[in-house]
Write a protein that binds this ligand. Structure first.
Ligand SMILES: [Zn+2]
Length: 202
């Protein structure tokens, strides 16, 4: 909706964006929008993104917390690289419209982090801030096996490997991220720390 020209009705999606202004290439009409940061809460499978996100949304109504799985399911489980780019494009397109209420969106999203700054809609945000939740390998294994009854060893190992990458790096390609170890905290304590991080970066 934000991208539709009110003067000529141009629905072409890739309009020019300068700062917080959108310019219609058809008629030259120009309008402003609220430019806020978008937040991504990441981490390996089993780390507790969803639980943390649920706790977080209970704590605050200043952010709209959404799960990338909802788009993943709507888009019928995208597999190809192009389809994954399209999913991130849709996520940011939805986020920029939500931003016009004055609230930022917090996405839970395990992968595709490198794609966020590369899609067209990235230009509608003042920043893309990513927080990786991490824990020790033992904690990941325990949370997956005992918390979620996962027995698939390759899934568990894949998750541990991704967690290890997140712990030992600061970026995935061009996407930088902050890290938060949450091996010892309860979901509520983790959500409180995430909220502090959001407040520092909004
Ligand atoms: Zn126009």
């Amino acid at each position: 909706m934000l991208g539709i020209c009110q003067k000529c009705g141009n629905t072409q999606w890739d309009k020019e964006v300068q700062g917080n202004k959108i310019i219609c290439p058809k008629c030259g009409n120009c309008w402003t929008f609220k430019k806020l940061p978008v937040f991504i809460l990441t981490g390996c499978s089993g780390i507790g993104k969803t639980t943390t996100a649920q706790e977080l949304q209970r704590m605050t109504d200043q952010y709209v917390v959404l799960d990338m799985d909802f788009l993943y399911n709507i888009m019928n489980h995208p597999q190809s690289v192009d389809d994954n780019y399209n999913m991130i494009e849709q996520a940011l397109s939805l986020s920029k419209n939500i931003n016009q209420t004055g609230k930022s969106v917090v996405w839970t999203c395990a992968g595709n982090l490198e794609k966020f700054p590369r899609v067209y809609s990235a230009r509608f945000f003042s920043d893309i801030k990513v927080l990786a939740l991490t824990a020790s390998s033992e904690v990941i294994r325990k949370r997956m096996m005992e918390g979620r009854n996962i027995e698939d060893e390759s899934w568990i190992q894949g998750s541990i490997d991704y967690n290890e990458y997140l712990r030992t790096h600061n970026s995935i390609e061009d996407t930088k991220y902050d890290k938060m170890d949450c091996s010892a905290e309860t979901p509520k304590e983790i959500a409180e720390k995430v909220l502090e991080w959001l407040e520092r970066n909004r």
